[in-house]
Design a protein around this ligand. Structure first.
Ligand code: GLU
Length: 304
């Protein structure tokens, strides 16, 4: 079966090195097997994202030499499609309205997973209609999760699993303001685009079991997963869009795409010596087993 991979950037700023590294590995995995690459803008948060950033992202991917075969519509235009899947969950009897406030949710439990997620204790699961009406405000919507271990063999992180009932609790799929959440949108979009391989940053590893559950409910096959290590500043901080000196706006002024890709490939274990190299060259030699699983430390001085 042909591999179908994807870039799923959030157009809320310039790509930083961590985004570039994840995009590079996603692209190498697909292109080394003559697969298909899909681009999708994840702009559910319309306050933080913009069409201008989306355009700059496309230009940055082109500058890096990371091409794609098709772009699917951005998430901000797909709420009508998400409605259909939301209704499926309702028909399955799995949806219920949740009126808990943020402070209530955070008050009951300490963060559970290392990603800071709280386990939802099911407070609103069995409310009566009268109790629901008494809140007098719009609810968020949760999907009930079963007691079941969702396991995967990640291409980088190895064996991983979560029991959603004990590790996460019933999941919000739609916020009180009507906006669908990432987990639902990404599952529908990847499923409808026929994505067979999801490659992204390690910070999203705990999302994979959540998405596997929704894939099963919606009838999509599970893709393969590769969660690549995070890029850290020398002091151990995770690089983010706030690190302006390491975003592509700054980097494009002082390094070539080949220098940047060579530095990342060397830091990630894909090549033995640091040298300038194009993504296309790297694709000839790419194998998943060379990629390091540990965090990658990098500072601006290592570039160029
Ligand atoms: N949109 C997410 C990001 O930019 C990636 C989501 C995903 O790859 O599933 O971090």
């Amino acid at each position: 079966m042909e591999v179908v991979g994807r870039f799923a950037p959030t157009p809320s700023g310039r790509m930083h090195l961590g985004n570039v590294f994840a995009a590079l590995v996603a692209w190498l995995s697909v292109r080394s097997r003559n697969g298909e690459m899909v681009l999708r803008m994840e702009d559910l948060d319309t306050q933080r994202t913009s069409g201008e950033y989306a355009e700059v992202l496309r230009q940055d991917l082109a500058w890096l030499g990371l091409d794609y075969d098709r772009e699917t519509p951005p998430q901000s235009q797909r709420s009508g499609v998400y409605d259909v899947y939301f209704e499926k969950l309702r028909e399955m009897g799995l949806l219920y309205p949740c009126y808990c406030t943020r402070s209530q949710l955070h008050g009951v439990n300490a963060p559970h997973l290392s990603d800071g997620t709280y386990v939802y204790p099911g407070t609103c699961r069995d409310l009566t209609q009268a109790q629901r009406d008494a809140f007098g405000r719009k609810p968020a919507w949760r999907v009930k999760v079963p007691e079941k271990l969702w396991e995967l063999e990640d291409k980088v992180q190895g064996h991983y699993g979560l029991d959603l009932a004990t590790d996460c609790g019933d999941m919000v799929v739609r916020r009180a303001d009507g906006v669908y959440v990432y987990q639902l949108a990404v599952t529908v979009d990847d499923g409808e685009a026929g994505v067979t391989e999801v490659v992204r940053g390690m910070d999203l590893l705990s999302s994979a079991p959540r998405q596997m559950y929704l894939q099963e409910l919606f009838g999509f096959p599970h893709p393969e997963y590769g969660h690549v290590p995070m890029l850290l500043a020398p002091d151990g901080r995770r690089l983010s869009k706030r690190d302006k000196d390491l975003d592509l706006g700054e980097l494009r002024k002082r390094v070539t795409p080949e220098q940047l890709i060579g530095t990342l490939a060397y830091a990630g274990g894909l090549i033995d010596q640091k040298c300038a190299v194009s993504a296309r060259e790297l694709a000839k030699e790419f194998t998943w087993d060379r990629l390091k699983g540990d965090s990658i430390y990098l500072d601006a001085a290592q570039l160029g």
